[in-house]
Design a protein around this ligand. Sequence first.
Ligand code: ZN
Length: 200
Amino acid sequence: MAKQTAGPEIERLIALLARLPGLGHRSARKAALALLKRRSDLLEPLAAALTEAASSIVTCERCGNIDTVSPCTICRDPRRDATLIVVVEEIGDLWALERAGVVGGLYHVLGGHLSPLDGIGPEDLNIGKLIERAVPPVEEVLLALNATVEGQSTAHYLTEQLQGRGLKVTRLAQGVPIGGELDYLDEGTLAAAIRSRRTL
Ligand SMILES: [Zn+2]
């Protein structure tokens, strides 16, 4: 067992930080040290923000987003285009699209993707509510799912469920990323780009 170099409270802080995505034990130690050194301007405000977040976050009853109010701020915003629902796998995907500022519509967070091997079926995802929401004024459901096997099979399943409801079901384009060089792309991406070519 590794030798302890700090008291149990600090070791516990490091162990908890190490459980965050992208932070190994070494980075967690660095982060913990930074927090401990900057007690008043970093550690204490962070602790307060964490306590506040823990007590006030709720999952939006409508779209599955996380916020401090339900329905969430996005669902409540009257300036949003209520004819478009953008379906994403995770809240991180919603945040990414919001950062890009390209979605004027509403969202629906599935909470993952179908994965029979891991025992994740339609009933384990936030799909029932999506079907309920897919009624007028909604005119289009955009499936903004990951370009992975699971993401695409989930999109296929949702397309079947949403068909025959008089609304348009669309998905993201696949192809050459912005700034991408053809020579470096994999064959799958190149093939998708050729298939989705557009007339200029
Ligand atoms: Zn919402």
